[in-house]
Design a protein around this ligand. Structure first.
Ligand code: KG4
Ligand code: ZN
Length: 332
């Protein structure tokens, strides 16, 4: 069994997962309420919240897994060491090193994005390799070909904003709350897509994504118009989903796979989920839509990636640093 620790952004999370990817516990505490007033995550506040919360969260994860908190029967610790907010990452990393020394077990630094890639494996026992994953969150948007556990190729990624970031910024522009994704998604249900004529970005011959042009287009189109807010939300939501699904279709045309998975916070989006189900049917694939708990940041996915990393590359050294800009590298 491995203890996972995640503190890359505003969630303080700990989980216990075994080698069959059975989740024995998964505890997530978020400091989001402290950030709402600022319209985005304030790094300093997030870091301080992690310091106060990490100990109790780890203890709860051990308790809920039925493990002794002072001498738990775990064989390793997996911790997110990047990418993310440096002050937040360091809290989790320091905690992992402390537990590693105290319990005499190895620890391994895990790439947060690789963690997201393992999330579908925790929920879908019928998942067949290879499969295509659209990973869309507040910080990242990638299309990844997953060949087998731990072996993946990044086919395309955003050249500017992440999909969730675009949602959050447009929500702020429209005067909606933070985080903006759920707010716009909710409002979009009452609006008509296409009311606002928006460009479809990135129609090129690659798998890359871009949301900055769309964001500017929404701002321009709403500056001096009285289009209903719900119609703006529906039009924006449709444009984001169309771009993502278009590029995903291209990826599926070029790389035959057996499954199609969604990951990351934006995987909660209703238009995207519906579109992925349709796309999967078109290509006769099994769609893997994560539960809401598995869409957002959690430590079970970090523990799963760590189980793999400990086996494949061994433990990390005690002087491992956090890497706030750690890119997801291709692994064959
Ligand atoms: O994966 P996540 O919890 O944190 C990051 O690693 O970024 O993703 C958070 C992002 C936020 O930008 C939020 O607005 C977006 O996911 N999000 C959504 C929805 N729910 C959350 N975006 C669109 N539609 C949603 N229903
Ligand atoms: Zn994430």
């Amino acid at each position: 069994m491995v203890l996972g620790i995640e503190t890359s952004c505003d969630e303080t999370a700990a989980a216990v997962v075994d080698q069959d990817f059975h989740v024995h516990s998964s505890v997530v505490e978020s400091s989001i309420d402290e950030h709402r007033a600022f319209g985005g995550v304030v790094p300093e506040l997030a870091g301080r919240a992690h310091v106060a919360t990490i100990g109790p969260v780890v203890r709860r994860a051990l308790d809920e897994a039925g493990l002794n908190a002072t001498d738990p029967a775990i064989e390793g610790i997996a911790v997110t060491s990047g990418p993310g907010l440096i002050g937040s990452l360091l809290v989790g990393l320091s905690a992992a090193k402390g537990y590693s020394l105290a319990w005499g077990v190895p620890f391994v630094g895990v790439n947060h994005l690789e963690g997201h890639l393992f999330a579908p494996l925790l929920e879908a026992s019928d998942l067949e390799w290879p499969f295509m994953t659209l990973l869309v969150s507040g910080g990242h948007s990638l299309i990844v070909l997953q060949r087998e556990a731990g072996a993946h190729e990044v086919l395309g990624e955003t050249i500017d904003d992440a999909a969730g970031e675009a949602y959050d910024k447009i929500a702020r522009w429209l005067g909606l709350g933070y985080p903006g994704g759920p707010e716009i998604d909710h409002l979009a249900q009452e609006g008509t897509a296409g009311t606002l004529k928006l460009p479809v970005s990135m129609t090129g011959d690659d798998f890359d994504l871009s949301f900055s042009g769309l964001k500017t287009a929404v701002v321009r189109a709403t500056q001096h118009s009285d289009v209903a807010l719900a119609d703006v939300a529906a039009s924006f939501q449709a444009a984001v989903a169309e771009q993502l699904l278009r590029k995903l279709r291209r990826a599926l045309e070029h790389h035959p796979v057996k499954g199609l998975a969604l990951a990351g916070g934006v995987a909660a989006n209703s238009a995207l989920r519906a579109g992925v189900v349709e796309l999967a049917a078109e290509f006769a694939l099994v769609p893997h839509l994560p539960t809401m708990a598995m869409c957002t940041d959690n430590a079970a996915m970090i523990a799963a990636a760590g189980l793999y990393r400990l086996r494949a590359s061994g433990p990390s050294p005690m002087d491992l640093s956090a890497n706030p800009n750690w890119q997801l590298a291709d692994v064959s």
